[in-house]
Each structure stands twice: as structure tokens, then as C-alpha cells.
Write a protein that binds this ligand. Structure first.
Ligand code: FCB
Length: 469
């Protein structure tokens, strides 16, 4: 399958099937705040955001959107927008302050109220177990480089499975383990800020293991019949010039197949092991691990923002600096600057990349339904004199990407839903509060929420299942 067709992706009037889910997504550390309340323990982002220079402006998630205290207001907002589902993550250190031991009742109570509040408003909870806020106490023991973190994660999954496993319709184990492993332990731009290629690859494996063990723990504890999934930021890679295909192969191995391989096929790709052989022999993959990771899932969650254009360097024999590499073993692959337009993140806007990616995944994993668990854009939103936010660029971005989703479905891809990132402007990791992704504007002085024009547009889509004009 290949994507062709109208390159502008500015359709209107497209109809989506009645069962197709439109929702929006957030993550605990990015919105909750109340970082030192309700018995919550410290996470690696509490620690990392206090490292001088790690986060723009020294911003932290201490207050964030104060969603923890504004739960009812935010639930009402979701209902007003007509979201069919809300994708949120559970903060592990709110449930187990040190990552081990008994559940913190206040943490259970908070998520229980959130889940009940959603259900009573007719909104389906889509729950992610891990969106990067590892309990600091586990990082002190090696974090994701330590195999015990994967077994601790399974215990945490068991606790939340017991607590909420009668009400949650969709469970997602991990959000973007690529970021957790390579940005957390390779480049160090995310918490815990380590720069060690071996650590990054160990983290890849232990996150994969955590995914498999958590699925088993959830299946043993839930009492309803939910769906199970994982969310990956599958990289949409495009080749530049004659060496492009080799560069694509390498980053696809490290960035995509390092996760889909063990999770969906029960093995690490041979070329991945070869590309990284100078770094590690992968002896941390123990007998039985691959079987533990290779558990059935009902859906693959895909996060998509933009494409990468890549090629190999002219001198492939040169010595490359491995310390701080985002792509250990393929640190020399070159990212070629792309044509715009760009979002405020500097990411190129390329809806055809989403269609291409979905078609590629459908070809690689036949019979596995998919869901867009994140897609959206940051722009420098400024309220008008009337206090309203006329974010036409965001609406245009959403329209084009939702058009791409529809075209992929027309081409035969089994897609079940689309979640816009994000419901609210929030703490954008190392970029702090400088990047606004919300369809709802948050005034960080007053914490007042104002739906942007894009929110109204999206609400109409949720209501009609038809791409608005
Ligand atoms: C994704 C993350 C999400 C958000 C968006 C912009 O990588 O999952 O938390 O930061 O990017």
C-alpha cells in the first residue's frame, strides 16, 4: 500500500463510523499538580525539573494545571466538549509513593473519582499506567536499567487492576517507551537525565518486560472485559538520497521494531542486535523474557506528530560520540532539515506521513486494530482582546491529520479512534510551560480554562462524527 492523493489533506464533510471514538489525552505529571499532596511520592520528573538548566525557565509540575483540585470542573469541560473518551495516565508514585508496597488510599480515591466522574458523564476512561513519572525511589535503585523495576511495575499494575478493573474499558501499559528509554537514559533530555548508551538499551528491554508483565497482572485482576493496548510513538521515517534507505532501516530498528518486535512478534530484530553489537550483547535479555513480553494486545496506540528525513553520513568510518546519543548504535544517522510549515515545536506539519505510517503498520501487523492515541500541535496562542483564542492553525492541523486518518481507513486500515493531544495546555516536559498543545487554553496565573476555537471545532466533530466545514 502506498499513500497517494490530494496532498493538501484539507477535506471537510468526511463521515466516521458511529463506533469510532473521538477523545482527548493528557498525562498525570503534565496536568495534575498537587505534587506534594495526597500522599504522593516523588517522581523522577520532580527531581529532574529541579536540576538547573534541565527544564526551560526552571518550570516544574508542582502546580501544572492543578487538575488534581479542579477535577470536577475539568470533567464538566470534557462533557461540554462531548468527548467520547478521555485518555489519562495514573501517577505511579501517587499509588505507591516509593514504587513498592501498599497502595496509598488517597491516590486510589483520586483516580476512582476521576473514573466514576467520567463514566457518569458518558465518557469512557482510557487509562495509561506509565507516562514517564517513575517513582524516584526506584530510580535510586537504577530505574529502568534495573530489571526489578519491571517486576515492581507488574505489582503496581496488579494494584490498579484490583482497584479499577471493574470500570476501565481500555488499558494502556506504557506511553512511548522510546522516549522513556532513549531520552531518559541516552540523550538525557528527559528524566532521569542519564547519558549512557548501555543504560538506554537496558531500559528498552526492561520497559518491554514491564509491558508484558503488566498485561499479565491486569488480566489476572480485572473483573470486566476491557481492551488492552500499548502506545508507541512509531517514527515516520523517510529516506533522503541513496543512503536514505539504510538510515531508515537503522532508526526503524531502534525506534520502532525494538518495541514492536518483542511485543508483537516475540523477538528482537536481528538487525537491531547487529547495529548495537558494539554497545551491548543484550545479555540482559534472560530466558523466558521474550515469552513474557509477547502477550496479546487488542489495539496498538499510535502517537504521531511529524516525519523525519534521514540519511547516512558521508564518512561512515569516522568515530562518533556515543555519550548523549539519542540513537545508540546509530548516532551517526543524519536528520536532514525538512521543508515547513512547522509548529511552535519546530516539527514539520506532514499529514501524509500519518497516512503512510498507518498503512505501513497495517501491512506489518495485519489484523491488529489501531488507535491514534496522540496527535496535535503547539502554537503560540495569545488570547484576543475579547479573551478568546482564535487558533486557526491548530484547527487546520487537526483537520488535515484527521483527514489522513480517514484516508488510511479508506485504504483498509482498521482504526478505532483518535485522541487529540491535548485537552489542556500543560507542562511540556523539558520545555516547561512554553509550548501550548491544548484545545483548551490555561492561564497559568489564574489557572482559568478557556476553550480555544479548535475545541469548539473538535466538539462538533465529536457530536456529528463528520469533519466540520
Ligand atoms: C508526546 C508525549 C506527550 C506530549 C506530546 C507533545 O511525546 O507523549 O506527553 O508531550 O509528545
Amino acid at each position: 500500500m502506498s499513500s497517494t492523493g490530494n496532498p493538501d489533506y484539507r477535506d471537510a464533510g468526511l463521515e466516521f463510523p458511529a463506533g469510532f471514538v473521538f477523545g482527548s489525552a493528557t498525562a498525570a505529571y503534565q496536568v495534575e499538580g498537587a505534587a506534594h499532596e495526597g500522599g504522593r511520592g516523588a517522581s523522577i520528573w520532580d527531581t529532574f525539573s529541579r536540576v538547573p538548566g534541565a527544564v526551560v525557565n526552571g518550570d516544574t509540575g508542582d502546580i501544572a494545571d492543578d487538575h488534581y483540585h479542579r477535577l470536577e470542573e475539568d470533567l464538566d469541560l470534557m462533557a461540554e466538549l462531548g468527548l467520547q473518551s478521555y485518555r489519562f495516565s495514573i501517577s505511579w508514585p501517587r499509588i505507591q509513593p516509593t514504587g513498592r508496597g501498599a497502595a496509598n488510599a488517597e491516590g486510589i480515591d483520586f483516580y476512582s473519582r476521576l473514573i466514576d466522574g467520567l463514566i457518569s458523564r458518558g465518557i469512557t476512561p482510557t487509562v495509561t499506567l506509565y507516562h514517564w513519572d517513575l517513582p524516584q525511589a526506584l530510580e535510586d535503585e537504577g530505574g529502568w536499567t534495573n530489571r526489578d523495576t519491571a517486576t515492581a511495575f507488574a505489582e503496581y499494575a496488579r494494584i490498579v487492576g484490583h482497584a479499577f478493573g471493574d470500570r476501565v474499558a481500555m488499558w494502556t501499559t506504557l506511553n512511548e517507551p522510546w522516549c522513556a528509554a532513549y531520552l531518559g537514559y541516552g540523550s538525557g533530555v528527559h528524566a532521569p537525565g542519564r547519558q549512557d548508551p548501555v543504560a538506554a538499551l537496558r531500559a528498552v528491554h526492561h520497559l518491554n518486560l514491564a509491558h508484558g508483565l503488566a498485561l499479565t497482572a491486569l488480566r489476572e485482576t480485572v473483573t470486566n472485559s476491557p481492551e488492552f493496548s500499548v502506545t508507541l510513538n512509531v517514527h515516520a521515517l523517510r529516506p533522503s538520497g541513496p543512503t536514505g534507505p539504510e538510515a531508515v532501516r537503522r532508526l526503524d530498528a531502534l525506534g520502532n521494531r525494538a518495541f514492536t518486535g518483542p511485543m508483537l512478534n516475540g523477538e528482537y530484530p536481528a538487525d537491531l542486535l547487529e547495529d548495537t553489537a558494539a554497545i551491548t550483547d543484550w545479555a540482559f535479555v534472560l530466558p523466558g523474557d521474550l515469552a513474557a513480553i509477547h502477550q496479546p494486545i487488542d489495539l496498538l496506540g499510535v502517537n504521531y506528530y511529524s516525519t523525519s528525513l534521514v540519511r547516512m553520513p558521508e564518512d561512515t568510518d569516522a568515530a562518533y560520540d556515543r555519550a548523549g546519543a539519542t540513537w545508540p548504535g546509530s548516532e551517526h544517522v543524519e536528520q536532514v532539515p525538512q521543508a515547513g510549515p512547522f509548529t511552535a515545536m519546530g516539527w514539520n506539519i506532514e499529514p501524509s506521513g500519518l497516512q503512510e505510517l498507518l498503512e505501513l503498520l497495517a501491512e506489518r501487523h495485519p489484523g491488529l486494530p489501531m488507535m491514534i492515541t496522540e496527535n496535535g500541535a503547539a502554537f503560540d496562542d495569545v488570547p484576543d482582546d475579547d479573551g478568546q483564542i482564535h487558533d486557526d492553525a491548530r484547527t487546520d492541523y487537526l483537520r488535515r491529520h484527521i483527514t489522513a486518518v480517514h484516508r488510511a481507513m479508506d485504504a483498509g486500515v482498521d482504526l478505532r479512534g483518535y485522541f487529540v493531544w491535548s485537552l489542556l495546555d500543560n507542562f511540556e516536559w523539558a520545555l516547561g510551560y512554553t509550548k501550548r498543545f491544548g484545545i483548551v487554553y490555561v492561564d497559568y496565573n489564574t489557572l482559568e480554562r478557556t476553550p480555544k476555537d479548535s475545541a469548539r471545532w473538535f466538539a462538533e466533530l465529536c457530536r456529528t462524527k463528520r469533519l466540520p466545514d
